[in-house]
Design a binder for this molecule. Structure first.
Ligand SMILES: C[S@@+](CC[C@H](N)C(=O)[O-])C[C@H]1O[C@@H](n2cnc3c(N)ncnc32)[C@H](O)[C@@H]1O
Length: 236
C-alpha cells in the first residue's frame, strides 16, 4: 500500500532536484521529444569529433556505423564511393568491413590532401572537388562494368553542394543499392538550427526531380541517426 506513494514522492523529488540543478525541468511529453533532446545533447557534446575507428577519428554517429556494417554485409557492394574523406576514419571503417566480408573496395574523394590517412589495399584516395567535372570523369573511368556501387555523400553540407552531388552521383549507384546522404540532421532536423539549408533540403529537392530512389526509413531503427531521410535506396 505504501510502495506506490513512496515511489511517487521519489520521482517528484528527482524532478525537484533537476529543477534545482538545471534551473528548469521540462519533462519530454512524447518519445520523439525525448529522442530529439538526446540527439541535441549528443550532437552538442561533439562526441562525433571524439569517435575513433581503430585509432583513426571517424566523424559519424556509432548507430550509423552499425547500419553501414549491416548494409555492407547484406549488400556486399563491389565499390563504395565516398565524398568527403577528412582523416579517413570512415574510409578505414568501410575497408575493415570489406575485409570482414572479404569483398569490396572504396574510392574516397576530398579537396584537402591530408597526410597520415590510413593506407589500405582496398582504399583509393582521390584529390579534387566532388562536383568537379574531372572528378566525375575520373570516377566514371574507375567503375568496372557490372560492379555493384554504393555512394556516401559526406563532404560540403550546404544544400546547393549536396544537391549537385546528388545529381552527379545518383547515376553511379546501381539498382538495389544505397545513396547515403550524411548529416541531414543539421538545420533543425533536429540539431544545428543556425546552419541554413543543408542535406535534408537537398534530399527533398532531389526527390522531386528523381523517382529512382525511396527513403528507406527502416535504416533509422536506432532512433538516433545523423542521416534522417538520408538512406536512399535505388529502386529503379
Ligand atoms: C565531414 S568531413 C568527412 C568526414 C569523414 N567522411 C568521416 O566520417 O570521418 C568533410 C570533408 O569534406 C571535405 N570537402 C569539403 N568540400 C569538398 C568538396 N567540394 N569535394 C570533396 N570534399 C570536400 C572536407 O575537406 C572534409 O575533409
Amino acid at each position: 500500500m505504501l510502495r506506490q506513494p513512496i515511489s511517487l514522492i521519489r520521482s517528484e523529488l528527482r524532478k525537484l532536484q533537476n529543477l534545482i540543478y538545471h534551473n528548469v525541468y521540462i519533462p519530454p511529453k512524447t518519445n520523439q521529444e525525448a529522442i530529439d533532446k538526446f540527439h541535441e545533447i549528443y550532437f552538442d557534446s561533439h562526441a562525433f569529433s571524439k569517435t575513433f575507428w581503430l585509432g583513426v577519428p571517424v566523424r559519424k554517429c556509432p548507430f550509423d556505423l552499425w547500419v553501414y556494417q549491416e548494409i555492407i554485409f547484406s549488400h556486399k557492394p563491389d565499390l563504395i564511393i565516398e565524398c568527403g574523406t577528412d582523416l579517413g576514419g570512415s574510409t578505414f571503417f568501410f575497408a575493415s568491413m570489406c575485409d570482414i566480408v572479404k569483398h569490396g573496395r572504396i574510392i574516397s574523394i576530398d579537396i584537402a590532401h591530408l597526410k597520415d590517412r590510413p593506407m589500405h589495399d582496398r582504399i583509393t584516395y582521390l584529390l579534387g572537388s566532388s562536383i568537379a567535372k574531372e572528378t566525375k570523369e575520373k570516377i566514371k573511368s574507375m567503375i568496372k562494368p557490372g560492379e555493384k556501387v554504393m555512394v556516401i555523400l559526406d563532404s560540403n553540407h550546404t544544400r546547393d553542394h549536396v544537391f549537385e552531388e546528388l545529381k552527379i552521383y545518383n547515376e553511379f549507384v546501381t539498382k538495389g543499392n544505397y545513396l547515403i546522404v550524411e548529416d541531414s540532421n543539421i538545420n533543425s532536423h533536429p540539431v544545428f538550427p543556425e546552419f541554413g539549408p543543408g542535406p535534408m533540403e537537398a534530399i527533398h529537392d532531389f526527390l522531386k526531380i528523381n523517382n529512382d530512389f525511396i527513403i528507406d526509413k527502416k535504416q533509422e531503427k536506432f532512433f538516433i541517426t545523423f542521416n534522417p531521410d538520408g538512406y536512399l535506396l535505388k529502386v529503379k
